[in-house]
Each structure stands twice: as structure tokens, then as C-alpha cells.
Write a protein that binds this ligand. Structure first.
Ligand SMILES: *Cc1c(COP(=O)(O)O)cnc(C)c1O
Length: 391
């Protein structure tokens, strides 16, 4: 079956006697057994819950994996993956990385003797030189957030495997509709389900998807032991949101391409970062490993003041962190989502302070462009000199 069909056609409630058409919210903490010695399929909701189990089967299937595990947030999902490591092990990551992941790697894991190192993964051969015998995990995003570098997932998985490390990839910016990294050699796919999977800004969730039985066993053990698994109600919201994943992304992506082209044509905009407009090599690579450019992008104006004024003058783009929702949003990564990056790393990453990140929703395309138009005009009126400097 094709992706669109799989999104809505799955077993919603295995073994439920009432045959509901939608997965029920099994809002129960524990499950009774017939006798003291009887084995039960479900025992306690921290370990497994029928609502969450349907969601996990569905996500595993959509990512072409064998097992998925859902957590209370994307960060809880990433944390679970890092629990595969022990004191003395190292993580090697790309320089352009979600701010919260950086914070976890550099300011929390160091307390347990796990070291995170960062290197530019755009050139896999140069990146390979940074792997050491202690590197157990290579963690990347592609496209990266917020600069939308395109990394060669297959080459990087070969690099990781050649050194006996696992490759995990945070696929939140793409979703399983646009990119399936397990097919490209990745061992672990992570999602912040808060973004495209849920798609409505009403739930925080994370997922870990694997294709290997032994790895699945370890993640299941960690999830049960640490207790950050997703609640039945939040699992229900994810199941509901997921059904429209393709519809939403088809619409958002179409809008996003128009917005990106419009931005690229504005005299105030110095650069647009978007896989749909990337330079030739990156564009080709992205289209070899993904089915579309997505609907998140960023741009610079050459002036922090002007960027800020533009973001603050929009009406349809809400000033908010996060992306992937049906409603458009705008943020400035340097002071918002990526403010948690340690200063020394921020300097190494060269994250532009005037960078504006835009997540395009399902609104009418003309309304979105009209709103950006009035925001740019207003910002230019408020800051004429900044606007000229950026021209
Ligand atoms: C938002 C985000 C996360 C963190 O997910 P939460 O659900 O907010 O915990 C991780 N990775 C990426 C790429 C994200 O955008």
C-alpha cells in the first residue's frame, strides 16, 4: 500500500471486543490478571499501553522500521538513545544541531562521563577523521536545523559503521512522509512528534524507531526503566494527527515553496536557507534521499533589528518556537530555540544572529504572502537605515 493509504488504514484496536473504528484511549495505569501466575500482554502502562502500542506499530511501519517507542517529548526520546552509552563513550555530532540536543549532549551527559564532540558533517570524509575508538554514537539531522545543510545520510552511516558506531538521525524536520533514514543505513530514527507528526501544536511527544531486534530490546528496557513513555491520551492525539500527515505536508510544502521564492526576491533578504532553493549539489543530494523540501526555512536580512521587526510585524505567523503545525510560525533561533547552545559552540557554529526561521502552515498561500509583504513594508518604515544596509 502507498503512504497515503497506510496513514489511515491500520488495525486501530487489536483484540478489542467492540471493534471500534478509532483507537480508544485506554486510560488505565495497570491491568488485572486472571491469576497470580498468569502472563498478561499488558501489565502496567509505564511498560506498555494498548493506545501507545497502536501508535508505536504505526510509526514503526511508516518509517520502515520494526519497532517504535514513544516518549513524553522529543528530548525524552533523544535521552533514551543516549542511555545506550556508558561512561567513557563519546558522541560525535554535526555542528548544526537542535539547541536542546546540544544542551543535553554538552551540559547533562558530561555529568555521567559521556563526551560530546562536534564537527562539520557536510564533508563525510573530513567528518570521519573525528571518530575515535570511543565514539559509540554519531548523531545528525538532515536537513539541519536551522541552517538547512543537507548531509549525506548513506555516506555518514557507512562512516559510523566503519568505526563500530551507531548512526542516529533526528528526522523531525522531514517526517516519515518525506524521508526514511532507516532505508539509507541509519540505525536509529528519532522524531520530535511535537512537530509534524502531531501537527497541531497541541501535544509534546517523541519517538525512537529502529529496525534491529537487539537495539529494540535495549530501548524497550530503557523506556520501561526510566518511565518517560507517552501517556494514553497524548498517544491518541498523535494517532489522530498522523492521519492527515500527507495532506498537511503537501499543502504546507506548496505554500512554503511560494514563500521561499517570494523571500528570495525581496531586496531586504540576504539569504534564504531552504532545501527547495538550495544550491545545485545540495539540492541533488536532498532529492536523492528525500521526497520533498518540507515547509521549514530560514532567512537573513543583514540586520538583527530589521529581522526582529519583520518577525514582530507578521499577523499570520505567530512568534513561537517549534515548527510543523498547521498554523504558520516565526522565530529567531539565536535567541529562542538555540539560545541553549553553549556559547563556545555557538561561536564555532556561526549561527547568524539575524536569522529568522519560518514554519509555513496550511493557510491560504496569498494571505501568507500578503502578510509577509505588509510585515516587510512596516519593518522597512520603522528602520529605514537597517533596511538599506540589508539591501
Ligand atoms: C523540537 C525538536 C526537538 C525536541 O523535541 P521536544 O518535543 O520539544 O522535546 C528535537 N529535535 C528537533 C530537530 C526539534 O526540532
Amino acid at each position: 500500500m502507498k503512504f497515503a493509504t497506510r496513514l489511515v488504514n491500520f488495525e486501530p484496536a487489536p483484540r478489542d471486543p467492540y471493534k471500534p473504528i478509532v483507537t480508544p484511549i485506554y486510560q488505565t495505569a495497570t491491568f488485572t490478571r486472571e491469576t497470580m501466575d498468569a502472563e498478561a500482554e499488558y501489565d502496567y502502562s509505564r511498560s506498555a499501553n494498548p493506545t501507545r502500542a497502536v501508535l508505536e506499530r504505526q510509526l514503526a511501519s511508516l518509517e520502515n522500521g520494526s519497532h517504535a517507542f514513544c516518549f513524553s517529548s522529543g528530548m525524552a526520546a533523544i535521552t533514551a538513545v543516549t542511555r545506550l552509552l556508558r561512561s567513557g563513550d563519546q558522541i560525535l555530532s554535526d555542528l548544526d544541531l537542535y539547541g536542546g540536543t546540544c544542551r543535553l549532549f554538552s551540559r547533562v551527559l558530561d555529568r555521567s562521563g559521556i563526551r560530546a564532540c562536534y564537527a562539520d558533517a557536510l564533508d563525510p570524509d573530513a567528518f570521519a577523521k573525528h571518530l575515535t575508538p570511543a565514539t559509540r554514537l554519531v548523531h545528525i539531522e538532515s536537513p539541519t536545523n536551522p541552517l538547512f545543510h543537507i548531509l549525506d545520510i548513506q555516506r555518514l552511516s557507512e562512516v559510523a559503521h566503519a568505526h563500530g558506531a551507531l548512526l542516529s538521525i533526528d528526522n523531525s524536520v522531514m517526517s516519515p512522509y518525506l524521508q526514511n533514514p532507516l532505508d539509507l543505513g541509519a540505525d536509529i530514527v528519532i522524531h520530535s512528534g511535537t512537530k509534524f507528526l502531531g501537527g497541531h501544536h497541541d501535544v509534546t511527544c517523541g519517538a525512537v524507531i529502529v529496525k534491529d531486534e537487539a537495539l529494540a530490546k535495549q530501548i524497550r528496557f530503557i523506556s520501561n526503566a526510566e518511565g518517560a513513555a507517552l501517556s494514553p491520551f497524548d498517544s491518541f492525539l498523535l494517532l489522530r494527527g498522523l492521519k492527515t500527515l500527507k495532506l498537511r505536508i503537501d499543502c504546507q510544502q506548496k505554500n512554503a515553496l511560494s514563500v521561499a521564492r517570494w523571500l528570495a526576491a525581496r531586496k531586504e533578504v540576504t539569504q534564504v536557507f531552504y532545501p527547495g532553493l538550495a544550491e545545485e549539489n545540495a539540492y541533488q543530494l536532498h532529492h536523492r534521499q528525500a521526497a520533498g523540501p518540507g515547509s521549514v526555512m530560514s532567512f537573513t536580512t543583514g540586520s538583527v533589528t530589521l529581522s526582529k521587526a519583520i518577525a514582530e510585524s507578521t499577523h499570520l505567523f505567530h512568534i513561537a518556537v517549534s515548527f510543523g503545525s498547521v498554523s504558520s510560525s516565526v522565530s529567531m533561533p539565536a535567541t529562542m530555540s538555540h539560545a541553549s547552545v553553549p556559547p563556545e559552540l555557538l561561536a564555532q557554529r556561526q549561527l547568524p544572529r539575524d536569522l529568522v526561521r519560518v514554519s509555513v502552515g496550511v493557510e491560504d498561500e496569498e494571505d501568507l504572502i500578503a502578510d509577509l509583504h505588509q510585515a516587510f513594508e512596516k519593518a522597512a518604515r520603522l528602520h529605514p537605515s537597517a533596511s538599506r544596509a540589508g539591501a
